[in-house]
Design a protein around this ligand. Sequence first.
Ligand code: CP
Length: 312
Amino acid sequence: MRHLLSCADLDLATATAILDLAEEMQQVQSRPVKKLPALRGRTIVNIFFEDSTRTRTSFEIAGKWLSADTINVSAKGSSVSKGESLRDTMLTLDAMGVDAFVIRHGSSGAAAQVASWVKAQVVNAGDGQHEHPTQALLDAYTMRQHFRLMGNDGFAGKKIAIVGDLLHSRVVRSNVLLQQVLGGEVVLVAPPTLVPTGVETWGCEVTGDLDSVIEEADIVMMLRVQRERMAGGFFPTEREYTESFGLTPERLAKLKNSAGICHPGPMNRGVEISSAAADAANSLVLDQVAAGVAIRMSVLYHLLGSNEGAAK
Ligand code: CP
């Protein structure tokens, strides 16, 4: 694998290999000395043009635990703030002999464009409303662990309800693509104003009635209401949104005992998810965060652990 730009890049064998290796990588997390020599001598630049807590930090930890040299660059504080273009910025850093870029950008397709310009390998850490492939992988990892704990293996027959602001979500697109490979059944739940154009081609059931799916779901993944990407009135008020699409204490009580609650974060507590749900015994939110490091170690190892993906 040369780049990871989209979950469409992953076939079943590759996705499963990434999930399986992440299980081994997660063992490093509980060791007193969290260091493997696997990527010694490799240089990874994490370049983030949008804010991030989970993704940026976990990629940095993942690189460091694999002994790579990791450098963080953000738009603020770089020459981007003086007007340098994305292409010139990336070619400048590439000329320094970087092995991989982990990039987050506000424009859909930015990661693929960067991959077409540079010699280094590229990981998409979120591009606009397009994709966030390592988020979907860590979600799948967390779900797989949860299903095992509940006495089941695999995704076949599992109902994964993804609820909320589908329109602005790169997480939903990556999850739908990955579950098409892994075999989970995705049901999308949103008000009509937050359903993306063309969703009928995604191969998922789409509904506006959360209460009709809540009792059957094996996983309920709540998506953040992305206020920063909303210029107009996508719903009347936050209170009304919560009444129809929030994981309220009342809906929490209707979940199957074996159901798990996911949220990619950051959460708007009291809007799409109540504190009762976020902190419930069956909340997997912090498991997702922990899985983020293991998955990113696995992805970096798959990309950089051999010379296969390097530019010729
Ligand atoms: N889920 C996610 O991408 O979180 P951050 O924006 O904090 O990286």
